[in-house]
Write a protein that binds this ligand. Sequence first.
Ligand code: 3PG
Length: 402
Amino acid sequence: FLTLDDLEPEGKRILVRVDINTPVDPKTGKLIERTRMEEAAVTLRALSRSKVVVCSHQGRVGERDFVPLEEHAEILSSVMGKKVMFIDDVMGPAARREAEGLNDGDVLLLDNLRLMSEETQQYPTVEEAARTYIVQRLWRLFDGFVLDAFPTAHRAHPSIMGFPYYLPTAAGVLVMKELKQLQQLEIVQKGPFTAVLGGSKVRDRLEALEALLENRRADKVLVTGVLALVFLKAADKYRGKLEKVDEWAVSKARELLQRYPPIIEMPKDMAIQRDGERVELPISELPPDVQPLDIGSKTIKEYSKIIRSSGTVFMSGPPGAFELDGFDVGTRELLHALAASFGTTIVSGGHLATALDRMGLSKWIDHVSSAGGALIQALAGKELPLLRALEYSARKMREGGY
Ligand code: 3PG
């Protein structure tokens, strides 16, 4: 891949695609953490003598976390110790004028890329992505492009795939760091491989899990969180509430249970909220009208035992609603089990990375990544569009195509 040095970025105008997509507190509407801003700052500091325009997506259209990037600019400013400007425009005249007026050392953050509907579509080739409005409106302003959005590496969106068609494209520091760690993990990886999967992006998780199983990467899969409820429903063990989960998910889970019966482990008990308190119940006794918020103690004990005796453990997505009082037990206990495991350990996703930090356990884990879905896909052996885009640019540069 091309590196930042290959772009000879001093004095040039550089577009940087980062991923500062961050969970939002449902009560206050404020960002919950700053891990991804801290990661993005490393590449931005390395470009301190360029005119830098930064872009990222935030949340999903229609969800509560679909918010502007104004607060991100404030946090980035405090992380970097210098002003990061913000403009509430993505590719219109205002954004372009602001970008054109930058001086060396300036950093400008554009607004949420997903305000543009194109940025939620998949474009399988660089050529197709290059024809989108986002790329057509912006590329002429820049001398080079940097891809540093490792957590979005699995999305073939225009801002990931399109610019390398026109602009020499370098891998940012985070992308290089993640790739180096992944290579080392492949070398030291020893079986049995256990994946502990939770979180709320059920469709993504099921697709990644299918790839993990098809490529025979996982010997045991411990399902937690909403994903566990989907599997329990598919196995006819859970008759309670299941919000925002479609029929596709339940039938995909059923299919995976049939194809890989001994590999997938489901919880034996879960915790619900009753009169503001945590109450643990066996799965068969869960009431139909409330959705459980964490895994129970019996499950935690069984899962921890499997984790401690695994050769390699990968954990992604919190096992419960850890932001609610009393429902962080599963998350904390399983992270402790990982820290105590003799195997190689990988923790993935912004929530878990932050939880580890708060618990002071980060140094006990071999690889901590703020990437969720992208890292699972890499471990499952699936091709990442972001890497394809970087390869495309390196090839085009070698062939003198820019
Ligand atoms: C992530 O947090 O996994 C990335 O930012 C990608 O977000 P998405 O799943 O909404 O595409």
